[in-house]
Design a protein around this ligand. Structure first.
Ligand SMILES: NC(=O)c1ccc[n+]([C@@H]2O[C@H](COP(=O)([O-])OP(=O)(O)OC[C@H]3O[C@@H](n4cnc5c(N)ncnc54)[C@H](OP(=O)(O)O)[C@@H]3O)[C@@H](O)[C@H]2O)c1
Length: 280
């Protein structure tokens, strides 16, 4: 039996095992996928275990190790190199390759919704809220969807973290986001993305005023959170008449890409998978 893991800390909340084990069963692949809670000083031993243990075929990496895992890997995909973030480890000839399927999954969801420079004929103006572990993946995707043209913004509760991300930590992103003060909401945005963890607990509020977007039916409010299904950020947007999207499809697509890299099976996204992740 082959094994795959998701490593993180905390890890109890992860729905990745549910998804990957569903696909292993559906496609009759003799494998299991498990959660593993690690401390930072376990990362070296864990990566050595993957290298030496024939039955361990790969892993996902989640908070807070997406960057910290990098020194223990042998190679990085281009996306991981640019974003400084690894969510998928692939074993190739005994070597460990780090990849970032979060960025491509997010990009694919926006392409599917036709939010790209190709559809609009102009760069889209976006606001990214947050500057945590996943935000570099969102910056990468927004830059790509705009062919590195136009303007986009970032704001974060702790402004220094947004400054560091925009100006220092992503040297290979050509088009940098402009850093705004918290609450300084620009007009005429096409996409507003919540990449913070605010909303994971029901009733939490970002306390940002988007009232000028009342009736803006083409402005997309995108929350990376998918559990709860609808955060206050999305409830308010829906009531204002904006377009809304939660993080469920991004989560499924990042898993689908990891699964393909590990098993070469390109899974279908069926109704059962969509229902599997609905907890509320
Ligand atoms: N759909 C998907 O596939 C997917 C993938 C990855 C992540 N996510 C979701 O994305 C979210 C962020 O993940 P992450 O790994 O980037 O987390 P993280 O590294 O812990 O970053 C948390 C971010 O939230 C901000 N924040 C926390 N509490 C806040 C508050 N009370 N008010 C304002 N801002 C606050 C932090 O700001 P400070 O810098 O000021 O602390 C930081 O920018 C999580 O909800 C996660 O579930 C979804």
């Amino acid at each position: 039996m082959n094994s795959y893991f998701v490593i993180g800390n905390p890890i109890d909340h992860s729905l990745s095992p549910l998804l990957h084990n569903y696909w292993f069963k559906k496609y009759k692949i003799q494998s299991e996928y498990k959660k593993k809670k690690l401390e930072e000083n376990d990362l070296k031993d864990f990566t050595n275990d993957i290298r030496s243990n024939h039955s361990i075929k790969g892993a996902n990496v989640t908070v807070p190790f997406k960057k910290k895992i990098i020194p223990f890997l042998d190679e990085l995909s281009k996306v991981s190199e640019i974003t400084g973030s690894v969510n998928t480890i692939i074993k190739q000839n005994g070597k460990l390759l780090g990849d970032n399927t979060d960025a491509t999954a997010f990009e694919d969801t926006l392409n599917d919704m036709k939010y790209s420079i190709h559809e609009y004929g102009r760069p889209l103006t976006s606001l990214i809220i947050g500057a945590g572990g996943v935000t570099s993946s969102i910056i990468f995707a927004i830059e790509k969807l705009n062919n590195a043209e136009g303007t986009y913004y970032i704001m974060n509760r702790t402004k220094k973290n947004a400054d560091d991300l925009a100006l220092k930590n992503l040297p290979n992103v050509n088009l940098k986001p402009k850093v705004l003060d918290w609450g300084d909401i620009p007009k005429n945005l096409d996409i507003i993305i919540n990449t913070t963890s605010v909303g994971l607990i029901k009733d939490e509020e970002l306390n940002l005023d988007f009232s000028t977007y009342k009736g803006s039916k083409n402005t997309l409010f995108y929350d990376l959170i998918y559990n709860p299904k609808e955060t206050n950020f999305l409830i308010d947007a829906r009531k204002r008449g904006n377009k809304v999207m939660n993080g469920k499809m991004m989560f499924i697509l990042q898993a689908k890409k990891a699964f393909l890299e590990w098993t070469k099976v390109d899974v279908d996204i069926d109704d059962e998978v969509l229902k599997l992740l609905d907890n509320d």
